[in-house]
Design a protein around this ligand. Structure first.
Ligand code: ZN
Length: 159
């Protein structure tokens, strides 16, 4: 039986929004622009919720954790009977989807910078543009490492 589509309860939206990226505790997947769609349908046992997420970087090992966290958070909402998480391949995630607030958190708390449209990088520590790519292999496959020649700090680049 196909569930009848219903409006998504705010508790469900809030539950999805409460999930943080495990690599950036305190930065929600919603603020990172990963939440593309939330749908709810009424079934005999309660609401069936389907969450469509956009992966930040395919193959990132954090993705399985994120899907599990979203399922757990949504299924903790009393009205929800079941939650499924789907990784969407369309649209493609880009750093444009990250909110201004999350950009600030990434910069200030995690020394992570986003590459600008022109390919340039700005040091999150001193604000210099003299940041050079250092190695394509960062601490995770989601990030690479760069080096600020002004303040001599290593910065991480989210790609
Ligand atoms: Zn610097």
């Amino acid at each position: 039986m196909t569930p009848v589509a219903v409006e998504v309860p705010t508790e469900v939206t809030a539950a999805v929004g409460s999930v943080s990226d495990p690599e950036y505790p305190g930065v929600s997947i919603a603020a990172l622009g990963m939440v593309e769609s939330i749908k709810a349908g009424r079934t005999a046992g309660g609401l069936a919720v389907a969450v469509g997420l956009v992966p930040t970087f395919s193959g990132c090992p954090a993705l399985a954790m994120i899907a599990g966290d979203v399922r757990a958070a949504v299924e903790a909402v009393p009205a929800v009977a079941h939650c499924t998480v789907e990784w969407l391949t369309d649209p493609v995630w880009s750093t444009d989807r990250i909110t201004e607030g999350a950009r600030g958190l990434l910069r200030d708390e995690f020394t992570v910078v986003l590459r600008r449209k022109d390919g340039g990088l700005r040091c999150p520590v001193c604000g210099s543009d003299a940041v050079e790519d250092r190695s394509p292999a960062g601490p995770t496959r989601c990030r690479s490492v760069a080096w600020c020649t002004d303040c001599r700090n290593v910065v991480e680049v989210m790609r």
